[in-house]
Design a protein around this ligand. Structure first.
Ligand code: SAM
Length: 545
């Protein structure tokens, strides 16, 4: 899903439906370099007043205010912009959810402070240093910076599902150089090499093992077959201990094997590549210097897709793919509410195409106008949201083409929503100030310019129904009815609804049904609608708007 608008509004709108639903958030907010524009959250003004004012003034983008270092509230303004957005973002995260935030030295310390406050200091996981500019910034003072950070917090960092390990690649895979019927494995010594663990400190881990010299299997008891005794002793006769207890050896002796070096036996355990908990993984390190993560790679992909550098600092798709692999599993929702050129969507689709899993992206981007002299403007994009949507389309087509895939195997479709004012007419007056003329105006409480789709999505939000569910429209007794996910919700916003229509709809047994308050053909229908549903489909919740 792609949402066009201010992310503060979008995050508020998503609160109910997606409370505790999001597995991973990635954001790349403005870094506050002294040249950035910040969105002016004017909390003293309600949204309607703002829209009226901004429509007079022109585009949304006019609320982007330059934040220069000479501003006495330079850091404070940036923090005030980010803080409420992080608060709203946190509640969307699942218990095993994780947030990754790109940032550079300008705001790193302040960002950590507000993140400690919002997420809790105990949920801090790491600040990864990513080399994004290997050549270094030559405009810097004394030291040419080559890296920036990805700050990581968990919603609950003690949840072991917060992050995945990375699949082993390259040299790490080559270590798995043996195979048996169960699969590829490597041998790890059973003796603990750390001499701090010894018979004094770990008496229960110092015991004899016995090897069968014929098949090199291992037992904890001596017998006619298990004849050769082995103790956890270093080549220079220092006593250490085993890494497994005697009970574990007895339970899992099938994993143990012995190898002879000279006239001594060494005990090893088989470490399978595809273990009981899936493929063997490795913990990501805190310094990332892979060339694919650099900004050049981000720019290159944009150039490949558009023929021109239509976005100034797009992130590397490979970097985002790495984060998606670390932060998600099958079915996860990934949210990026500073979407820019939609690199996050590109990476989600790309990781899905590679491993066949289904992750969904939710992106939010302000329709920030593209400056007239910019490449994006010359390429025909009036604002960054337009550019981002086109990037998702092009990236999707490329992924399908690259892999010879069809849309049936990788889902590259997305739905676009725009944050707007309420669909309902405004009521400005106290009841005793209402005049006859204004009452007439309110007979239809829905604004004149609103479509069925506008109303439908309002209802989905009100009811907390997933905004990405499939919607099918069909005619029932000549009236357009929208069915969300077959029977999650049925909506008809047409006028002249009668009892025969209601009965036919109730027979479909939707979980929820909604009509326009002014849609009923008569007062009697309006009164009877609840009764008809109670009789024919008691499980249906009915609502009028
Ligand atoms: C640094 S860019 C993100 C770049 C992105 N990671 C990429 O790879 O292209 C930050 C984006 O956030 C957008 N933005 C800033 N304030 C916003 C707000 N209040 N709501 C939504 N988007 C906003 C800006 O328009 C800008 O495109």
């Amino acid at each position: 899903m792609f949402i066009e608008g201010d992310n503060l509004d979008a995050l508020k709108l998503l609160q109910e439906t997606y409370l505790n639903q999001v597995k991973m958030i990635y954001i790349d907010p403005p870094y506050n370099t002294g040249k950035d524009f910040l969105y002016d959250d004017d909390f003293t003004e309600d949204t309607d007043a703002y829209f009226e004012r901004s429509l007079q003034r022109g585009e949304d983008g006019e609320r982007l205010i330059a934040n220069t270092e000479s501003n006495g509230r330079f850091h404070s303004d940036w923090l005030s912009m980010l803080y409420p957005r992080l608060r709203l973002a946190r509640t969307l995260l699942r218990d095993d959810g994780v947030i990754f935030i790109s940032i550079d030295d300008n705001e790193l310390p302040h960002l950590l402070c507000i993140c400690d406050e919002v997420f809790g200091a105990s949920n801090f996981i790491a600040s990864i240093a990513v080399q994004v500019n290997p050549r270094g910034r030559h405009l810097d003072n004394f030291v040419a910076r080559t890296h920036e950070y990805v700050v990581i917090y968990g919603r609950n960092a003690s949840n072991p599902k917060t992050m995945n390990g990375l699949n082993k690649t390259g040299r790490m895979l080559e270590e798995y150089d043996r195979a048996d019927a169960r699969g590829k494995y490597r041998l790890l010594g059973l003796r603990n090499r750390n001499q701090a663990f010894n018979p004094t400190t770990r008496p229960n881990l110092y015991y004899s093992l016995f090897v069968n010299p014929q098949d090199r299997t291992v037992s904890t008891t001596r017998s006619t077959r298990y004849t050769d005794e082995v103790l956890p002793i270093t080549p220079d006769d220092i006593k250490t201990c085993w890494t497994w207890s005697k009970e574990k050896v007895e339970a899992e002796s099938a994993l143990l094997t012995a190898e002879r070096t000279g006239d001594e036996w060494r005990i090893y355990r088989k470490d399978y590549l595809d273990g009981a908990d899936g493929v063997a993984t490795t913990m990501p390190k805190s310094l990332w210097t892979e060339k694919e993560f650099s900004n050049d790679y981000g720019r290159r992909v944009i150039k490949q897709l558009f023929g021109k550098a239509v976005m100034d600092f797009p992130k590397s798709v490979e970097l985002l793919e790495q984060l998606v692999r670390l932060g998600t599993t099958d079915g996860s929702i990934v949210l990026d509410f500073f979407a820019g050129s939609a690199t996050t969507a590109h990476a989600v689709m790309s990781v899905n195409a590679a491993d066949g899993r289904v992750r969904r992206f939710f992106l939010v981007q302000l329709p920030e106008p593209c400056a007239e002299e910019s490449e994006a403007h010359k390429a025909g994009f009036s604002n960054i949201a337009e550019l981002a949507k086109e990037r998702i389309r092009r990236a999707g087509r490329k992924l399908e083409g690259d892999a010879g895939l069809t849309t049936a195997t990788v889902d590259t479709g997305f739905r676009v929503l725009t944050v707007d004012t309420s669909n309902m007419k405004d009521v400005y007056y106290q009841p005793d100030a209402v005049k006859q003329e204004t009452l007439h105006g309110l007979v239809d409480n829905v604004k004149d310019d609103r479509s069925d789709e506008d109303l439908l999505f309002q209802v989905l939000l009100d009811w907390g129904v997933d905004l990405t569910l499939p919607i099918a429209s069909e005619k029932l007794r000549g009236k357009a009815v929208h069915f969300v996910d077959t029977n999650a919700l049925a909506a008809c916003f047409e006028p002249g609804i009668d009892e025969a229509f209601i009965k036919e709809l109730a027979a479909r047994k939707p979980l929820r049904a909604v009509f326009r308050d002014t849609g009923y053909g008569s007062d009697a229908t309006k009164i009877n609608v609840e009764q008809i549903f109670k009789l024919l489909s008691p499980g249906t919740e009915v609502k009028s708007i």
